[in-house]
Design a protein around this ligand. Structure first.
Ligand SMILES: [Fe+2]
Length: 233
C-alpha cells in the first residue's frame, strides 16, 4: 500500500522498540515511526566511546535529530507529501519543498545511522561478505572505498553502502541530508550502511580530523543491522 497518512497520529504513544526497528526496513509501515513520539536511541549516549563521545551523541541525537523530526512533521502539515509513505516520498522528493527534503532526509538518515552502530563486535554475514568481495574485491577494499567517499565528501553529507536492484553493492556519498532513495541523487538504491560526516557528528572530539573519525567508525559498525538490511532489501 503506497498511500498513507503518516502525520495523522502525531503525539500518540507507541512501543518504541518495534517501531524503531521498522525504520531501517522501508518495506514495513514506516509512517508510525514518524507519527509517533520521538523514538529511543538503541543504546546509551556513552555506549560508543571512545569512538564517539557521550556529549557528541547526546547533542547529535537529542538536538540535531530531534530538530529534523520536529521540522519534518511541521513541513508535512498541509502538504500532499503527508499522504505518502517515506519511500514513495523520497522517490519523488524533487517535487517537494527544501524543508521536506532536508528535514525528511535528516530524520530518516539519522534513524538509519543510530541503528547501524553498536558497541558489540559484529561481522558481515557470509552472504554479504561474498557480495562485498564480488563488488569490491575484498572487505578491506570496500572499507577503503567507503572511507574515501566519507573523507572526500565536500562539506556536510553522508557516505553510503547501497544495494542495487541486481543485488550488487556499491558506495556513494550525498550532500546535506540527501540519501540514495531520493530521485535527486546520482547513485540510487537501498541504503545498507551510512556514516554522517556533518561536523556536528564529530567536531567535539575530532575537531577538523574527519579522516580519524571515519577510520574509527569501523570499530562501531553494527554489521548485524547491515546484514539484515541486505536480506530485507
Ligand atoms: Fe547528523
Amino acid at each position: 500500500m503506497k498511500r498513507r497518512n503518516f502525520i495523522a497520529l502525531v503525539g500518540t504513544s507507541i512501543a518504541a522498540a518495534p517501531v524503531w526497528a521498522n525504520v531501517y526496513n522501508i518495506q514495513n509501515p514506516i509512517q508510525k515511526a514518524i507519527e509517533s513520539t520521538f523514538p529511543e536511541l538503541p543504546y546509551a549516549y556513552n555506549a560508543l566511546e571512545p569512538t564517539i563521545d557521550a556529549k557528541t551523541m547526546e547533542i547529535h541525537y537529542s538536538k540535531h535529530h530531534k530538530a529534523y523530526h520536529t521540522n519534518f512533521l511541521a513541513a508535512l502539515k498541509d502538504s500532499p507529501a503527508a499522504e505518502l509513505d517515506l519511500k514513495s516520498l523520497f522517490a519523488e522528493i524533487s517535487k517537494y519543498s527544501p524543508a521536506i527534503r532536508n528535514n525528511g532526509g535528516g530524520y530518516y538518515n539519522h534513524s538509519l545511522f543510530w541503528e547501524n552502530m553498536s558497541p558489540a563486535k559484529t561481522n558481515p554475514s557470509v552472504v554479504l561478505k561474498g557480495v562485498i568481495e564480488k563488488s569490491f574485491g575484498s572487505v578491506d577494499k570496500f572499507k577503503e572505498e567507503f572511507a574515501n567517499a566519507a573523507k572526500k565528501q565536500f562539506g556536510s553529507g553522508w557516505a553510503w553502502l547501497i544495494a542495487g536492484k541486481d543485488g550488487q553493492v556499491f558506495v556513494s556519498s550525498t550532500s546535506n541530508q540527501d540519501n540514495p532513495l531520493m530521485d535527486v541523487v546520482e547513485k540510487k538504491g537501498t541504503p545498507l550502511l551510512c556514516l554522517d560526516v556533518w561536523e556536528h557528528a564529530y567536531y567535539l572530539k575530532y575537531q577538523n580530523r574527519r579522516a580519524e573519525y571515519v577510520d574509527n567508525f569501523w570499530n562501531v559498525v553494527n554489521w548485524d543491522t547491515v546484514n539484515k538490511r541486505y536480506e530485507n532489501r
